[in-house]
Design a protein around this ligand. Sequence first.
Ligand SMILES: Cc1ncc(COP(=O)(O)O)c(C=O)c1O
Length: 432
Amino acid sequence: MQKVSTENGATQVVKIRQSDNVRKAYTFSESKRLWQEAQQLIPGGSQGTRSPMYPDFPNYFSRAKGCRMWDVDGNEFIDLLCSIGPIILGYAYDRVDNAVKTVIDNSFQSSGNHPVQLELSKLLIELIPCAERVRFLKTGTEATMAAARLARHITGRTNIAHCGYHGWTDMWRRGYGVDNSCGVHKGTWEPILPFNGTAESLEELFKKTTEKFAAVFLCPVDTKPFTKENYQNIVDVAHKHGALVIFDEIKSGFRTALGGAQELLGVTPDITTLSKGLGNGYPIAAVVGKAEYMEGMTKTPTIGTFSVEALSITAALATLKELKEKNVVEHLWRVGQRLIDGLNQICRDYNMDGPVAFADPVPSIFRFTWDPKMGNNCTHPAHNYFFGECIRYGLFFSNWHVGFVNYSHSNKDIDEALDICDFVMAKTKRKF
Ligand SMILES: Cc1ncc(COP(=O)(O)O)c(C=O)c1O
């Protein structure tokens, strides 16, 4: 076991080797029973990304609090996925849930608007550098679709250049092995053209494509190098060619900095999409941007029946106030770095020259992989074995996605997670 630093920040390494019989692997009989039942109720038995990663897997959780989750078999887990990103403060976070309860008592729906929309808009405009107007939606996919439509409406152009993942809808499906047989008409994704994340590759794409571009979309977690110079060059190339720049900060928002990657790098896009961390798990997304562009939304309607419900808007307001008042981002970076350092120390201790942990692109969003080049697609058997065993011993750590920490992860929680990793790495080393 490695304790990498003490609560006051000093570094201290403590080694306590544990033998295999100290820990007992979890069993998942009730999860497996529910999973069987689900086959007759839900297509494929699960909601896509929530499908089991391994045959031995906690498919159902009945409770979560802070950075921990309890499955239906009563097993306790430290969570390093944070519901795939949105849990930024912690599960069942009192300040957020209590704010929501007060709105429930007075109805969170009406046939008009709730005034809390204005409060949240003001705070977003204060925090996000490019924000002068705000449109609320429910999911990240909705937000990226709305931003793309807005850019097409403003420029009168169709093509969109992009780098990264932006959601499940037809337009973003290029490269996912889909065609008409999957119900995705290629006419929707053909005008969406990828570039590799550098200004040079964007310039090349512009040069070789006859039709002009409405926008350049980039996801700051996927667009590398993550430097001011690269991002500013991308903005400059896009503007030179008359395209708007849209930062998809659905993953990076509020975790890189309170104002997102654009604040951290000092590079301001025209429009930004937000979701995930915005509502600490409540379903909310937003498109924000410069007023001259955002006013275009009055001409190209991007709104749904539930866009205005006040539960998630209230949750987002309470979340942002907490993020701002408690300096949450600094905490996320610190505990994220502690985890990264601890994982790399474990790799050194066991002489593992394959796996590496790193900030992706900042310590609050991290990756641990046997193959950094493969990202989510790493198929190294030791990689899959390690993550599968972590889950069997109480650490919910994903083999296919970047990991996240939240404000409820303390140094002690991270050290406990590292203890499990250390134990599992010993098993991995023996096996591979
Ligand atoms: C950068 C980015 N954009 C868009 C999306 C889509 O968001 P949602 O899953 O809420 O539709 C995601 C989801 O992971 C994302 O990470």
